[in-house]
Design a protein around this ligand. Structure first.
Ligand code: V47
Ligand code: SF4
Length: 376
């Protein structure tokens, strides 16, 4: 099967719905991985990207309460939290101080010092719950304040689900919400909230969430106003392979029109403390999903193996199955860890470099817009 598909793909042909489903069904994990790795190599050579970033989740209070989400709380419920602007800024201030001993640690990994000394985060990643009381102005002020304090920091914030919510609470159109945020300093939107676009699945796992078509429409507008975005797919819960392929094809179609997606990130479902329960995905399913994504999304430059969800070891192996990005230092992660995340949640810049090198790849530190900052 792979010889025929290989010839088709390498001559610019695109996978059909049926072919993509058959790839998910295959037991030939090595054949699949080899083909995806070949495609990844054509796009990015031996490069694997990482970023020194920091996540901030302003609040876990959310009016949606998706059934797979162990992070969210209702207002007043035990464990609910709200960060103040001051608390969010102090999280960034800590990380923007020069990394103590970073060049010594780099030497330990690479045998020579990193050519650039490291002075802080390149990107902040901000996502949170849909808070019942915070006005849109709070979010706008958050972005504007960060931009003023850190003029060079890339700001990646707010999923399409949050943007839809801001539009509803402010009475502004999606386009106006996005323009105001963009003018305040938002450059990139994360890919969350996509889950699985198929209506039946969405109704089962996140009935309060915006429909898949609305998510796609908001991303289309974001791309039109000059905001780059990512895309995700939450897999391993109740969806079928057909649902996954449908999801990927919808993303491929939109990317054909806008070219505004930077990276695709398959998110492995974590079942602990969630309403729908179930099981962790298998390592084989994780690798298959990375590989099939690489092959279907021929118009995406990057496929990210998000180490927080895949674990350090599976994400490292995923670099041989079509992934070319491993995300970043992250520092503090709440969404996966609320649902039974199995990683420690902390990887230093040097850990990421070592992990990539040991997969036989070339580590490349990037900023939020994939500008290369350092190559190992
Ligand atoms: O949209 C929620 C997912 C997403 C669970 O764009 C869960 O660079 C697994 O989108 N098990 C948010 N996943 C995270 C996200 C993301 C992460 C890293 C990088 C980027 C990027 C985006 O987390 C949500 C939802 O799909 N999620 N609960 C769970 N139990
Ligand atoms: Fe709220 Fe997002 Fe969790 Fe859904 S996934 S409950 S929208 S925080």
């Amino acid at each position: 099967m792979f010889e025929k598909l290989r010839a088709k793909i390498l001559s610019g042909g695109r996978l059909t719905r049926k072919e993509a489903v058959r790839l998910f069904e295959t037991d030939d994990i090595f054949g699949l991985g080899r083909l995806a790795a070949e495609v990844a190599r054509k796009k990015n050579g031996k490069k694997v990207f990482f970023i020194v970033n920091r996540h901030i989740n302003p609040t876990n209070i959310c009016v949606n309460r998706c059934k797979f989400c162990a992070f969210s709380r209702s207002k007043g419920e035990e464990g609910a939290y709200e960060l103040t602007l001051y608390e969010m800024l102090s999280r960034l201030d800590t990380g923007m101080k020069p990394e103590r001993g970073s060049s010594r640690a780099s030497r330990a990994v690479s045998g020579h010092a990193s050519p650039i000394p490291h002075h802080g985060f390149s990107e902040v990643h901000i996502v949170g719950g849909l808070h019942p009381d915070w006005p849109f102005g709070f979010y706008l002020n958050l972005i504007a304040t960060i931009r003023k304090r850190y003029p060079k920091l890339n700001i990646k914030a707010f999923t399409a689900v949050e943007i839809d919510y801001f539009s509803r609470i402010s009475g502004l159109s999606i386009k106006d919400v996005l323009i105001q945020l963009h003018n305040a300093g938002l450059q990139i939107m994360p890919g969350g909230g996509a889950e699985i676009f198929a209506e039946g699945v969405r109704n089962q796992v996140c009935p309060e969430k915006i429909p898949g078509l609305r998510w796609l429409e908001i991303m289309k507008i974001a791309h039109a106003v000059g905001i780059k975005t990512n895309a995700t797919m939450l897999y391993g819960h109740v969806e079928t392979y057909e649902d996954r392929v449908d999801h990927l094809l919808k993303l491929r179609d939109l990317q054909d029109k806008t070219g505004g997606f930077q990276a695709f990130i398959p998110l492995a479902y974590h079942p602990k403390n969630t309403e729908i329960g179930g099981h962790y995905s298998s390592g084989i399913d994780d690798l298959k999903t990375i590989a099939v994504s690489r092959l279907v999304l021929d118009n995406f430059d990057h496929i990210k193996a998000y180490w927080i969800m895949l674990g350090e070891k599976v994400s490292q192996v995923a670099l041989l199955f079509g992934a070319d990005d491993i995300d970043g230092t992250i520092v503090e992660e709440k969404i996966t860890h609320s649902a039974g995340g199995l990683t420690q949640g902390v990887m230093t810049r040097d850990d990421l470099i070592a992990l990539i090198r040991k997969a036989g790849k070339v580590p490349v530190e990037r900023d939020g817009l994939y500008k290369e900052l350092w190559r190992g």
